[in-house]
Design a protein around this ligand. Structure first.
Ligand code: PLP
Ligand code: COI
Length: 332
């Protein structure tokens, strides 16, 4: 099982029209009708979330930090002038979408990836400068394994100092346009350099990759770009910061340059963080056609330890002292 091509049979759905959301329902995950003039198809009024549910060994189904995804979806909706579903409705729809497909949730270490999606559906190509008055909100789910093919392995990133994945203020919005904007550089990195991902570093300032935040571990310091609107405020990012802080690491959220990063490489570890990426080690960076090893180029020891701690909390093998997991079913 890879990532993103298998879906469960049902989704939660609600439609916004005449200034209100319809009562959500659970329906088959089949095609729905959009007119060719739909706002989203022309003016990219779309945002989404990514979170996971886990079926623990005790039969309980747990969501990881889902309230943070609800907050971020609402912030994205606001930035895109889309109708904003309230927290209670989203809370309910996420739980219903997962419970409805109980029998399709895979056993650990796999999980159920949950993809709440909000799109502007007003039938009006004249509304380029207007908010869509209609919208669909749907929550589809997908049983998943590893995001990166080949399991846990040291990834290779291409440092891109020319392109940006988003804008200085829209990087924090989880909107489809940001991913479309990054596509050509990601494809080039893969085809020309055999890279797994692009590390966006516009004007030499290290940001994040196309689908995950970026971290460096140096001595007992954890270094990552500060949140300034240009990168996604990752929920996994925040979880790692809390885990590391709890273990006495110095947390450095700051701006840093490619030059600084390259100087740190021999004594460092680096990794990506995200719901899909979990914690994925970085083994090499490609810069100006040179391949540079991060540490010894292998999976970092501390990186692996963080990954094990995070997944142990998500999968019920370690006490959840941060109160990150929520059980949503009656235990069997
Ligand atoms: N940055 C980008 C661009 C992403 O697409 C993601 C994935 O959601 C992340 C960071 C990590 O965010 P999170 O940890 O909330 O999944
Ligand atoms: C996630 O990690 O949830 C993402 O959204 C990344 C990606 C699959 C686009």
């Amino acid at each position: 099982m890879g990532f993103g091509q298998n879906f469960t049979s049902l989704m939660a759905f609600s439609r916004y029209s005449d200034g209100q959301w319809q009562t959500p329902d659970i329906r088959p995950l089949t095609d729905f009708n959009l007119t060719p003039a739909s706002h989203v198809l022309h003016y990219a009024s779309t945002c989404f979330e990514g979170l996971k549910a886990y079926r623990w060994a005790d039969g309980g189904i747990r969501l990881f930090r889902y309230r943070d995804n609800i907050k971020r979806l609402r912030a994205s909706a606001k930035a895109l002038c889309l109708p904003m579903p309230d927290e209670t409705m989203l809370d309910d729809m996420i739980k219903q979408a997962v419970l409805a497909v109980d029998s399709e949730i895979p056993a650990l270490p796999k999980s159920l990836y949950i993809r709440p999606t909000l799109i502007g559906t007003e039938d009006n190509i004249g509304a380029a400068g207007k908010a869509s008055k209609e919208a669909f909100l749907y929550i589809m789910t997908s049983p998943v394994g590893d995001y990166f093919s080949g399991g846990i392995r040291p990834l290779k990133l291409l440092i891109d100092e020319v392109n940006m994945r988003s804008t200085p203020t829209f990087g924090q919005v989880k909107t489809g346009g940001n991913y479309a904007a990054a596509l050509s550089s990601v494809i080039r990195a893969r085809e020309q350099y055999g890279a797994d991902q692009v590390l966006y570093c516009p004007q030499g300032n290290v940001q994040e990759t196309g689908a995950a935040n970026f971290f460096v571990l140096k001595d007992k310091s954890l270094i990552t770009k500060k949140l300034d609107g240009s990168i996604l405020p990752g929920i996994t990012r925040d979880s790692i910061i809390q885990l590391a802080h709890n273990q006495g690491y110095e947390i450095i959220e700051c701006d840093f340059t490619v030059t600084e990063l390259i100087n740190w490489l021999p004594q460092s570890e680096a990794f990506l963080s995200g719901t899909a990426a979990v914690i994925s080690p970085v083994g090499h960076l490609i810069h100006n056609n040179k391949t540079l090893a991060v540490g010894d180029g292998e999976i970092g020891r501390q990186t692996l330890a963080f990954r094990e701690q995070l997944t142990a909390i998500q999968q019920g093998n370690q006490v959840d002292k941060f109160d990150w997991v929520t059980q949503i079913n009656e235990r069997c």
